[in-house]
Design a protein around this ligand. Structure first.
Ligand code: GDP
Length: 283
């Protein structure tokens, strides 16, 4: 455990990976070491901005994270990408499992991409991601991105472990809400319409205006922040800076009104109870 903790503090990526593998292991001997590592990493954790990203399959989440993560990496920020996909038994394999989906980011020196843990209960998978976030922060990552599939319950889990929740949408895909439940829109801090490029720019701008109106109808969030909207293109890189600007504004806003720290504390309490719950279940 000592060696792992020291490696993590020294930003040694292979030791970080090794520690995350222990977190994901179901062996109780591995879990014991993993919990010791987490405890020792806790004091160095917390210094990142945690961003959750969701949207229906095909909206462009991996392409977006590839472009967005590279944009941040090129500014010298260290970016870790984690994923939650409790349904990862699907034939495509787990999200992020196929590294070619994030070609640019994979080769960025400032990035660390971790495929989602293999299938398990949502609670168990989410807990492992919470713990992995702590290790990534102790390893000095500035931005932690948590991707989720956008089809089921996992949004709520991701929302419960991040500071900022981004919903990616498409324009003109028929159904106004594209199977995204209203509840997910209510949870998000910003909606960006992706694929705003080529012939699709006007449609995307129109869709953004509609979502902007819809967002104003939702009850105010406990953070006091009013969800924003925008358009972007993961392919062309447009609007990506705007997303980061929004995240930074949100961070400033919620740090000023204390919501940021209050929520982090609540999440830490939740992580602790989830840990106890998983431990009891595994007995
Ligand atoms: P995911 O399932 O949400 O992760 O979506 P992917 O990132 O795999 O993208 C789904 C498809 O949409 C792929 O064929 C991408 O090339 C395409 N795509 C993603 N982002 C954009 C974009 O900004 N513009 C356009 N035109 N296509 C995109």
């Amino acid at each position: 455990a000592e060696e792992l903790v020291e490696g993590i503090h020294n930003q040694n990526i292979s030791l970080l990976s090794k520690a995350i593998t222990l977190i994901e292991s179901t062996l109780s001997s591995d879990q014991e070491i993993a919990q010791e590592v987490i405890e020792k990493c806790l004091p160095q954790s917390g210094n990142s901005i945690r961003i959750g990203i969701t949207g229906v399959p095909g909206v462009g989440k991996s392409s977006f994270i590839d472009t967005f993560g590279s944009y941040l990496g090129n500014q010298g920020k260290r970016v870790a990408v984690l994923a939650i996909d409790p349904s990862s038994e699907r034939s495509k394999g787990s999200i992020l499992g196929d590294k070619t989906r994030m070609e640019q980011l994979t080769v960025n020196q400032n990035a660390f991409i971790r495929p989602s843990p293999s299938a398990g209960s949502l609670g168990g998978v989410a807990q492992k991601t919470r713990e992995s976030i702590i290790l990534c922060e102790a390893a000095g990552f500035d931005v932690i991105i948590v991707e989720t599939v956008g089809v089921g319950q996992s949004e709520t889990a991701v929302h419960s472990m991040v500071d900022f929740f981004l919903l990616l949408m498409l324009s003109g895909a028929g159904d106004e809400l594209q199977g995204i439940k209203r509840g997910i829109m209510e949870m998000c801090d910003s909606i960006f319409i992706n694929k705003a490029d080529g012939d699709n720019i006007n449609n995307a701008t129109r869709a953004q205006a509609e979502y902007k109106n819809a967002l104003h109808l939702f009850p105010p969030s406990p953070s006091g922040w009013t969800a924003t909207s925008g358009t972007c293109s993961a392919h062309e890189g447009t609007g990506i800076d705007k997303v980061w600007e929004t995240v930074s504004e949100y961070e400033q806003f919620t740090k000023a009104n204390q919501y940021f720290n209050q929520r982090r504390q609540e999440q830490e309490v939740m992580r602790f109870y989830q840990h106890l719950e998983e431990e009891i279940k595994s007995r």
